[in-house]
Design a protein around this ligand. Sequence first.
Ligand code: 13P
Length: 258
Amino acid sequence: MARLPMVAGNWKMHKTGGQGAILTQNLEYPVRDIKGAVEVVVAPPFTALQSVSSSIEFDKSPVKLAAQTMHWEDEGAYTGEVSPVMLTNLRVDYVILGHSERREYCAETDVTVNRKVRAALSHKLRPLVCCGESLATREGGGATAFVERQIREGLAGLDARDAEQLVIAYEPIWAIGTGRTATPAQAQEMCKHIRATLAALFGPAVAGDIRILYGGSVKPENAALFFGQPDVDGALVGGASLAVETFMPIVTAAIPAA
Ligand code: 13P
């Protein structure tokens, strides 16, 4: 079965609730026009989830909602954290887990990513699991092994049915917010290796159905080059997701050729 392309906007620490609701509403018309050819997701910060969720619900929007992270416990004494129960209550569909910025600044590890992945699945939230190597790791020749380990450890203990819920994003750290992208060939090579790793873990049929996104300085000008690669099924977009004018051309570039 052909994989449905996905373009997800990771707003990071941008947009208030009001700004987020307006951006999402402005995305709804053009996203409706593409009639489900691409799954379009926005990931607002926690403080904007409620207002974006309400506007999506009210308008029966085709745009889906993701959170940028979560805790693995349902509730407890974890100051500043947000739980999977709180997210499902806002009708969140996806949760980004293991973004490199959380790994770098918030001490996230493959072990905590794995806890979160399993907690998300148990609450029927779909994990969008990020992986990707630093420049030093790539230049040292260890990128493939590094990313494979992130996948194996982050997804430890999952079975094939769990795996069907996953989306993976390959985001080389050196390409995030730098304007420097991986080449389409580099993205394809790593996404192919990720799929082979998923096949070893869950079988080739399940691996063939899992979407693998590329992320890192995806822009309207370069998106189609990535989407032309056989193992790249869409994009996780940072900066260019903050305005309709730059996000929608990326979405339309992901529409499969008829
Ligand atoms: P940029 O598109 O701003 O490089 O960010 C990529 C990213 O980290 C998405 O999660």
